[in-house]
Design a protein around this ligand. Structure first.
Ligand code: ARG
Length: 573
């Protein structure tokens, strides 16, 4: 239930005009407040405080409003009835209003690269993309997640060239390679991880090797059977490690693992669309699309349709991927989640797609995220000073959790440690505005206190334990007139604010709203837990039953929120 919307709609209808409704941080004076009287006083030529009294009297007629009060120059505070709050929380905790206008949304995130190990840059696209996907689905949109793999470009050629250097005797490099033959050659994931960095470093020093790789790329993309068979070998190794990562991150499986290679199938079709409209120009041997507008103040380089060596580029396959998605899902919205350094590329892509009529500009969005830094403020590195891989981040968090657990004398199994570490990494990632950089400090993010993943998991574990100890049979109904304590009210109102938060998180593409909400919810849960004893002997049955009901409602809401972040709750902590 979207309490905010419910109250706001009812008030607007009652007054016959729209007011600006706020949810005050300090709820001691009211669950909601409005500055409507002050805003309207001028036009209505009235004294704001007197107008506030008039409006407040009208509002008191609404059956769910228990009391109104006027503060300062004319703020109106509104308090809801306890029964109204409790009953709605009971009936609607954790439910999300379905959108009246569901969209088909393609989400492009993850976008892992074949033959290159996943690096720290893939963490945010995976986490933010997955959470946005879960939020959109929860609201009732139909989404498709696309792992637009880098599986067609120069890195493939470099790896092939490198393997040729290491094993020239393999049959893959012959022009007359027989694709039906079986070749006794396997590559381990750790071996494969070294190939691309070695090959690209070597290519920088050796122009001949570099030129050979270019040649391989062209032949590979034109269908060289040997290169393709070798590619399939390492493609499978890479796909396996991608799927391990998806599992380790507990993100939803991708609907499409279709990347650049798949998109390349549409090159001829898209080429025709572009040429029919005279959109492709020759420039220094390359084929370009001019996407500059007269109104541009910043530089807007041309879109590279075919590069000067005649090869497909990142630009080529991205435009073809739009065409492919149009044919496959025909989305109302196509959202890309990548490093913010790619914003220019996407601006060019959206313009090229718009100009060619493949998909209009207003159906695109790019969410560009910032960098993950170390405590020194520079991009996070491993202890040995290397650029961090995605696994390095998770490993660093796991070892920090292990230390903490060891120091506290607890004994938790490996699965629980991984669950906590993943919560630490994901929660910290989602807490920050996606556009900003943030600092990753393994020790800080794994703290069991403060705005952290372990803290929110611990809160869920605590609620589970209360309900377990209560044995579940104390959930009795109360009488008609409940009197809530301030801590109970605060918690229930927050619970009823969940739907509103999720809707706003989606509208603003702000996954951080869900993470921050989850933390605020947990804080209120813990205050309630400390101030409102449940299982203590001196608590009467009715109070206990009522508090267990609130505990259950809080847990239900927290579970839905944690699920949106893709976290699982350990059985103990
Ligand atoms: N594979 C690219 C990278 O690792 C990101 C691709 C993003 N998606 C896209 N359609 N261009 O940086």
């Amino acid at each position: 239930m979207n309490l905010y919307k419910y109250v706001s709609d009812a008030i607007n209808e009652k007054l016959g005009f729209s007011v600006n409704l706020e949810t005050p941080r300090n709820r001691a004076f009211g669950d909601f407040s409005t500055n409507a009287a002050m805003a309207l006083a001028k036009t209505m030529k009235k004294n704001p405080r007197e107008l506030a009294v008039e409006i407040a009297n009208k509002l008191s007629e609404l059956d769910f409003i228990a009391e109104t009060s006027i503060a300062g120059p004319g703020f109106i505070n509104i308090k809801l009835h306890d029964d109204f709050i409790l009953n709605n929380a009971k009936n609607h905790a954790g439910t999300i209003t379905q959108t009246p206008s569901p969209m088909i949304i393609d989400l492009d995130y993850g976008a892992y690269n074949v033959a290159k190990s996943l690096h720290i840059g893939h963490l945010r696209t995976s986490i933010v993309g997955d959470t946005l996907n879960r939020i959109a689905r929860k609201i009732g949109h139909k989404t498709f997640s696309w792992n637009h793999m880098g599986d067609w470009g120069k890195p493939m050629a470099l790896v092939i060239a490198w393997i040729e250097r290491l094993h020239p005797e393999l049959p893959y490099f012959q022009e007359n390679f027989d694709p039906t033959q079986s070749v006794d050659y396997t590559i381990s994931p750790s071996e494969l991880n070294t190939y691309y960095p070695s090959a690209s470093a070597f290519a920088k020093e050796n122009p001949e090797f570099q030129a050979h790789a270019q040649d391989i790329k062209a032949k590979f993309q034109k269908g060289h059977q040997g290169y393709f068979a070798l590619y399939e070998k390492f493609l499978n190794v890479s796909l396996q490690s991608m799927s391990d990562t998806v599992n380790r991150l507990n993100i939803l499986p991708f609907d499409y693992n279709w990347g650049e290679r798949n998109a390349a199938k549409y090159i001829d079709t898209v080429d025709k669309i572009l040429r029919d409209q005279n959109m492709v120009y020759e420039n220094d041997g390359a084929q370009i699309i001019n996407v500059k507008k007269d109104t541009d103040n910043a530089p807007m380089p041309p879109y590279m349709w075919v590069d000067s060596r005649g090869a497909d580029t990142y630009d080529t396959t991205d435009l073809c991927a739009v065409y492919c998605r149009k044919q496959t899902d025909n989305p109302d919205l196509l959202i890309y989640i990548t490093d913010s350094r790619q914003s220019l590329h996407f601006e060019q892509l959206f313009r090229a797609s718009d100009m060619s009529g493949i998909m209009p500009y207003n159906k695109f969005e790019h969410i560009g995220y910032g960098t993950i830094n170390g405590t020194d403020g520079k991009p996070f590195k491993t202890r040995s000073g290397n650029a961090a891989g995605l696994d390095d981040i998770l490993d660093a968090a796991e070892s920090a959790v292990r230390n903490r657990v060891f120091e506290s004398g607890k004994n938790l199994d490996n699965q629980t440690i991984s669950q906590i570490a993943l919560a630490a990494v994901k929660f910290n990632d989602l807490l920050h505005d996606v556009r900003s950089d943030y600092v990753f400090d393994p020790s800080a993010v794994t703290s069991f206190e403060g705005r952290t993943g372990p803290y929110v998991l611990y809160t869920a574990v605590r609620l589970n334990s209360v309900l377990r100890r209560a044995g579940g049979n104390n959930l009795q109904e109360q009488g008609d007139h409940t009197k809530l304590t301030q801590d109970e009210r605060n918690l229930l109102i927050e619970i009823l604010d969940f739907d509103h938060t999720v809707q706003s998180a989606f509208e603003n593409r702000a996954t951080d709203m869900v993470a921050n909400y989850t933390y605020d919810l947990c804080q209120l849960i813990n205050t309630f837990y400390h101030n409102c004893p449940i299982l203590r002997d001196d608590i009467d049955n009715e109070t206990r039953g009522h508090r267990l009901t609130i505990t259950k409602i809080a847990l239900d809401t927290l579970c839905v929120a944690l699920d949106m972040i893709g976290l699982t709750i350990p059985s103990e902590m």
